[in-house]
Ligand binder design. Sequence first.
Ligand code: 6PG
Length: 503
Amino acid sequence: QSADIGVIGLGVMGKNLALNIVDNGYRVAAFDLDAAKVLAAEQQALTEVPQRGLVLKGFDAMPELLQSLSKPRVLLLSVPAGKPVDGVCQALIAAGIERDDIVIDTGNSLWTDTIAREQQYKDKFIFFSSAVSGGEVGARFGPSLMPSGDKAAWEQIAPIWQAIAAKVDSTTGQPMERSQPGQIIKGGEPCTAYIGPSGAGHYVKMVHNGIEYADMQLICEAYQLLHHGLGMTAAEIASVFEQWNQGKLNSYLIDISAEVLKQQDPLTGKPLVEMILDKAGQKGTGLWTAVSSLQIGCPAPTIAEAVYARAMSTQKALRQQLSQQLAGPKTHVDIDQRQSLIDALEAALYCAKVCAYAQGFQLMAMNAKEQGWQLDFAAIARIWRAGCIIRAGFLQTITDAYVAAPQLDNLLQAESFAGALSALQSKWRQVVASAVLNGVAVPCISSALAYYDSFRCATLPANLLQAQRDFFGSHTFERTDKPAGEKYHLNWSQSDRTLVKID
Ligand code: 6PG
């Protein structure tokens, strides 16, 4: 019997996606250059669902893989972004892939590469993409999937995608957890939706990761403030996070952070977190998000600060040296103010998180406009409610905001967020002030506050900036009392300083 789908690349993500597809009743043909990985995947499927026989069959040659699939073929690629994707595409061409076969890139590819690939391979096969979020466990038991490209290809793969995606209970909005091999979830809203033309899905996933960077860094800043500012232990901070996880901040990232903080180091018995070197890695998606925001001119400072925070973390030797050289404040948070600061921090984290999402969603909207994509933001928020790394109760509030007003320019306009941030802003200020006074860097929490305060400000000092530009470079300025687009220049270097209207 032919297989329904081929999976190429049996690393952690590919193998788990393959097993997830098998759980949902499909037959998988699996390929990897590493024969040991092929065998391991085959064995795992046999052990997990023995009653179904060899429903995951491994191959170590592309032509046989292609022969084993029903036509038109569907192939899921789970290989590192960049050159490996093209390497596999070329190998598929050599092995005889056909024009109406569908090749789905599930990696974190750069969205412009995806657009180029759709064009490059269009005479050979249909190059489709579906970004995946959720890490190893998500891939195995229900990820969030962001498919985009040829609409007819989507219609063909949709049943598999809807089956393997994470599910949300439509009445409660809560994730329907699945954690056992062989188990499937009936009903529920699948965390996948067609995002748009080629490139749109990878762009949306890229921004998801930009938000993920900000979300993670915000939690790290809270940890830093509680640890260095208030002198709390990892275990104490874990219980604060556990409490927060019951409220507005409920999310996967808060949940795992609490768990991390409770973990003891097997070697020393100390909190593991304190034994982990403070140098963060990155693979590029956060950076791409920040770069895209700069190129488009969409303010996304909290996302950009999260990328800078990772860069700053890598400058360990210089930080160690400067920690001996640069003075800081002598103040310490008064122990009596501890609970009040913890409460304020919960509010600050929520406000900053809203700003990070507002930045990400506005960025997607601005790029969609440039690219001519019709993105459905309610649907995007909906498919992030479960399965993905930034899953959180809060995504339902974003969904509701976009259902009520699909054309929102910025999430801060939604009454639910405007009201909440207005009510909590004084606590947010208290946190930033306290961090500044105690010399604890909170770049994301504070940049989000600056973002909020800038949007609150009907008149920014860009009037002076325009004057400076006109002064040294005759760059002209518009006037508040004249129609938009009319340009003026003051002859700064002449003694009479006449005002000239530029035609
Ligand atoms: C996800 C993750 C996943 C991965 C990224 C982030 O949504 O499942 O975002 O795609 O963790 O590669 O990686 P870096 O932190 O290494 O950039």
